[in-house]
Design a protein around this ligand. Structure first.
Ligand code: GDP
Length: 297
């Protein structure tokens, strides 16, 4: 069975932080994610990020990696949390320096706080003549959120997602935060993690992007994900490369499930294909009964 087995401390290895970008509409979440994806950041790995698989990993010059959930906004964050998924290690909250602290900024902050996820503020659009980062930091201070410039502990960095100014330094701060969190996972066990997105592809069948959080996923593994199951036939990374194995904090798209699980569903590799099928079927049955019940009421 896939009951959580405690890892021994000596089996835990450092893993990359998983980052979500949140903030008010139009403050630059998509632009930041696009910039980081396009620049492939900094290390200049061969092959750009060509596939939109809902998450991607980048490497910095020092070889450290960061995994980004490529779904801007806190809807995805809350949808995942509603399904019990705790995926995000660090939240980047983007705030436009030529605007105010807006309602969705406050929402993003309270979501991160409720989830106990540390925040880093990206004060964006500093290329604009009307940008006033100090005003934003003052506004944060009034909310009891003291950034480093204000003598506090919360990291922030002034950036332009358009020109790229400050983005590298922002990512270095993400790594610093990650270091303090001491993120670890055991790569030497059956993989488990969370579904990021899934869809039916005309030619390839069901394609699911999953984020491996523990263990190592391999081709041929039997996967149980929500109400779906199947044997992994192929795996592909965000650069379109075929991959045979995926360890902790790696986003990977997989082929072989018999359906499309929902974002936020947990996935587990099972020792036994039949057991995976039975559990998936039982869950599907429960879901059908549940929906009949809600329709009646
Ligand atoms: P989102 O709704 O938070 O994802 O915001 P977008 O990334 O879509 O950005 C909203 C608008 O602001 C777009 O027109 C972007 O081109 C623009 N924008 C985003 N970041 C910057 C920036 O750093 N500087 C400038 N000048 N414009 C930006």
């Amino acid at each position: 069975s896939f009951e959580e087995v405690e890892d021994k401390p000596e089996d835990l290895k450092p893993r990359a932080p998983i980052v979500t970008v949140m903030g008010h509409v139009d403050h630059g979440k998509t632009s930041l994610l696009d910039y980081v994806r396009k620049e492939n950041v900094i290390a200049g790995e061969s092959g750009g990020i060509t596939q939109h698989i809902g998450a991607y990993g980048v490497s910095l010059e020092n070889g450290n990696k960061i995994t980004f959930l490529d779904t801007p906004g806190h809807e995805a964050f809350t949808a995942m949390r509603a399904r019990g998924a705790q995926v995000t290690d660090i939240a980047i909250v983007v705030i436009a320096a030529d605007d105010d602290i807006m309602p969705q900024t406050k929402e993003a902050i309270s979501h991160a706080q409720a989830a106990g996820v540390p925040m880093i503020f990206a004060i964006n659009k500093i290329d604009r003549p009307t940008a006033n980062p100090d005003k934003i930091k003052e506004g944060l201070a009034q909310m009891n959120l003291l950034v480093e410039d204000w003598g506090g502990k919360i990291q922030s960095h002034d950036i332009s997602a358009k020109t790229g100014t400050g983005v590298k330094e922002l990512l270095e701060k993400v790594l610093l935060e990650a270091e303090m969190l001491d993120l670890k996972a055991n790569p030497d066990r059956l993989a488990s993690g969370t579904v990021v997105e899934a869809f039916l592809d005309k030619g390839r069948g069901y394609v699911s992007t999953i984020l491996v959080q523990s263990g190592t996923l391999s081709i041929g593994d039997y996967v149980l994900a929500g109400t779906c199951s199947g044997k992994i036939k192929a795996m592909q990374d965000e650069r379109g490369n075929a991959v045979k194995k995926a360890g902790p904090s790696t986003p990977i798209s997989i082929l072989g499930l018999d359906g499309a699980p929902q974002a936020g569903d947990k996935f587990n590799v099972m020792e036994d294909e039949k057991e995976a099928k039975q559990i998936a079927a039982k869950r599907a049955q429960l879901q059908r009964e549940q929906s009949v019940r809600t329709q009646r009421h």
